[in-house]
Design a protein around this ligand. Structure first.
Ligand code: ADP
Ligand code: MG
Length: 234
């Protein structure tokens, strides 16, 4: 398999703080890769570095063999990377439809993708005229994921989609991501190890801003000691 995304030894600062001190990972096309690690390990900072909201001071980020680090976020997004941030960031005063519409990159994107989106997330169709702020947490997460499906993205960066959601809703999100992975490539940040284990083929673990471990998800799932060491109570 070829790597759609390669992150090579990036160092990212926030203000004067050296947050990422050598993060490397690769994401093969057509798979889900999990990015794991304790709270504060640098997972969100890694995603923000890839999408260009933070600019790494050293290292390389390659999309399909092309260096993208240091470019502005809108440029990087336009290459076909969709970012689903932590805490969902749905526009509360816009309707579901408006939230989707503003995610268009080209006119007609939403019409072209609406079958896929509403098939994955039927609730969004039911509540299409409702303001985003009136959706449940789970529905807001679905809307947040749906927004990156509107445009034609090759790679999705999804940050903790299960956060704060009831187990039954998490199951729905797992199912949707599983179906999605037939169409696209995902780098998934998750604290919910069980969710990551169900979805991902490969994993990377960050600890204190550094890549410390990687491999096949199925092997990690069997290695309780490793899970406990880097991810806390497994
Ligand atoms: N705006 C900021 N200013 C200073 N430190 C920050 C800022 N944002 C994040 N950090 C620090 O960077 C580290 C990594 O954070 P983050 O990438 O959000 O971790 P994770 O997503 O793995 O929980 C943490 O120690 C956090 O405190
Ligand atoms: Mg985070």
């Amino acid at each position: 398999m070829t790597d759609l995304l390669r992150v090579e030894n990036i160092h990212t600062f926030i203000g004067q703080f050296h947050i990422l001190e050598g993060v490397s990972l690769s994401v093969p096309a057509g798979s889900i890769t999990a990015l794991l690690g304790r709270n504060g390990a640098g997972k969100t900072t890694t995603l923000r570095s890839i999408i260009g909201l933070l600019s790494p001071r050293a290292g390389r980020i390659m999309l399909d063999g092309r260096e993208i680090q240091g470019r502005p976020a809108y440029d990087i997004a336009a290459l076909g990377i969709g970012y689903v941030p932590e805490h969902r960031a749905v526009f509360r005063d816009l309707t579901v439809e408006e939230n989707l519409k503003i995610a268009e990159r080209r006119k007609g994107d939403l019409d072209r993708r609406s079958d896929l989106i509403f098939d994955l997330f039927p609730d969004l169709k039911r509540f299409i005229r409702l303001p985003g702020g009136q959706l449940s947490g789970g529905q807001q997460q679905m809307l947040s994921i749906a927004r990156v499906l509107v445009a034609d993205n090759r790679l999705l960066l999804i940050d903790e989609p299960s956060e704060g959601l009831a187990p039954v809703i998490v199951e729905n999100i797992i199912e949707a991501l599983r179906r999605l992975s037939d169409h696209t490539t995902v780098l998934l940040v998750e604290q919910n190890f069980r969710m990551a284990a169900q979805l991902a083929d490969r994993y990377y673990i960050l600890d204190d801003g550094q890549s410390v471990q990687s491999g096949q998800m199925a092997e990690l799932a069997r290695d309780g000691a490793l899970v406990a060491k880097y991810l806390g109570a497994g």
